[in-house]
Design a protein around this ligand. Structure first.
Ligand SMILES: NC(=O)c1ccc[n+]([C@@H]2O[C@H](COP(=O)([O-])OP(=O)(O)OC[C@H]3O[C@@H](n4cnc5c(N)ncnc54)[C@H](OP(=O)(O)O)[C@@H]3O)[C@@H](O)[C@H]2O)c1
Length: 430
């Protein structure tokens, strides 16, 4: 540390999360100094527009639009990147490490796509990158996985790790809203961004799963390594039927170690109402972990927002302060280069929910059952409801079936003349 116990921080970005960090330092700086022996000081703050009003007032000379005055300032101990996006964040973090700074970031897009390269650079520079806030906002996840659970072989991880989609699905389930109404409500309350496509299409959850599963299964992953499906295809009708069958629908990020390899995916699924993840509502997040030693554990809390996310960022800054207090840089822990065997979805087994429309003719039901039966897909539950104009809605849930075989049975169903195209299909969590 540069002067006694003071940790000088260079902040790259002071929007929602950066404002939260400044707020915590202003409100709780004394408390933190008492608890940790580290006095945090915001020395320099990079923004696009220094004239813009901020939630916390800092001396005007603190702000800069020149990144070099932050990352190359020799008095700065830690660079905290809260700008978001890939560039210029990636270049600025790399330069900061080469300049001998430790780095804290909340940037999941960057850590999911370039985390390995940045961690390797940090190691070469004898510096560290902490990124607790990149997954689960204020919920401690990365440090518990890296440290507290390190003795466990993680068998399974199922997360609700996107607050926007969980808010939308909760409103559809509890308030009978359709998708658009729920999205509008999420926007009104600030739970959805102006362009929510990364959340709705599951990409945000895929980035977070890449980071978490890489740590939990000690391997190197890429967001393109596994299938990702978002929630835009979830309709009010599916939510109604799910409820009738004793389920809700959630966007899940799933990683499971099987004897043959690692199964990963992000997809909406029916979750039994009795499952702990079914009770995770609104913008909350939760990660359900099964380890060979601890058994089942669930981490729950606010996955986003200025103060919850800033809470994790400040904890990372304190972690840097501690490593500096104990003799300086420890260097980033080795990051696994192990490429796991990834199981293709076709090889996986699951139960499936199918909702389809059929022209209400004699024999349709029998033909449907035969199409599934010919592929040895056995059915667990069936609901049939008559709709207008001679159309019937049929909902069925299969027993566990290999996905490849299930898809073949769906192709047979699609060839039946009385069946309308494009059924709704979701996995069902056991
Ligand atoms: N918001 C959350 O709840 C949340 C939760 C978890 C993780 N995160 C992650 O935290 C990071 C920050 O998110 P946020 O919501 O705080 O973002 P934000 O509100 O959009 O703030 C971004 C900040 O970075 C500055 N900035 C952006 N590009 C810049 C550039 N090229 N040069 C200089 N300054 C630049 C902006 O300056 P101006 O203020 O002058 O425009 C602003 O202060 C992201 O990686 C995000 O994924 C956010």
């Amino acid at each position: 540390m540069s002067s006694g116990e003071t940790v000088k921080i260079g902040l790259l970005g002071m929007g929602t999360v950066g404002g939260g960090v400044a707020q915590i330092i202003e409100d709780s700086g004394e408390l933190l100094a008492g608890k940790t022996g580290a006095r945090l000081l915001l020395e320099r703050v990079l923004v696009r527009d220094p004239a813009r009003g901020r939630t916390v007032e800092l001396p005007p000379q603190t702000y800069t639009t020149d990144p070099d005055t932050v990352i190359k300032d020799p008095s700065i101990d830690v660079v905290v990147e809260l700008m978001g996006g890939i560039e210029p964040a990636r270049t600025l973090i790399s330069t900061a490490l080469q300049e001998g700074k430790h780095v804290v970031t909340a940037n999941k897009d960057l850590m999911a796509q370039h985390g390995r390269e940045l961690l390797q650079l940090a190691r070469r520079c004898g510096r560290n990158i902490f990124y607790e806030a990149s997954v689960g906002g204020g919920i401690p996840l990365i440090r518990p996985l890296k440290r507290c659970l390190v003795a466990n072989r993680i068998e399974r991880m199922i997360g609700i790790i996107n607050g926007t989609t969980n808010y939308i699905l909760t409103r559809m389930f509890l308030d009978d809203m359709d998708f658009q109404e729920a999205l509008d409500k999420a926007r009104e309350l600030g739970f959805a961004e102006a362009d929510p496509s990364s959340d709705l299409e599951g990409r945000d959850a895929a980035y977070k799963l890449t980071i978490l599963a890489g740590i939990a299964f000690n391997c190197s992953l890429n967001p393109d390594d596994f299938p990702t499906r978002g929630i835009t295809g979830v309709t009010r009708a599916d939510i109604h039927y799910a409820r009738e069958l004793g389920y809700t629908i959630k966007l899940l990020a799933v990683a499971e170690e099987k004897p043959e390899g690692l199964a990963l995916g992000v997809y909406p699924a029916l979750v039994p109402l009795a499952h702990p993840l079914a009770t995770v509502q609104d913008e909350f997040n939760a990660i359900f972990i099964k380890g060979d030693l601890i058994g089942e554990a669930m981490f729950y809390g606010r996955g986003a927002g200025a103060l919850p996310t800033a809470s994790a960022v400040v904890a990372d800054i304190i972690e840097v302060a501690r490593s500096l207090q104990h003799g300086g840089a420890e260097g980033a822990p080795p990051n696994s280069n192990r490429k796991p065997t990834l199981l293709p979805p076709a090889a996986l087994t699951s139960r499936f929910y199918v909702r389809l429309l059929a022209r209400d003719r004699p024999g349709v039901f029998g033909a449907l059952a035969a199409a599934f039966g010919e592929e040895e897909v056995s059915l667990d539950m069936i609901i049939q409801k008559r709709r207008q104009n001679g159309i019937a809605e049929i909902v069925l849930v299969t027993h566990d079936v290999n996905e490849e075989r299930f898809n073949r049975s769906l192709q047979r169903v699609a060839r039946l003349p009385a069946i309308e195209p494009d059924p709704s299909v979701f996995r069902v969590l056991a």
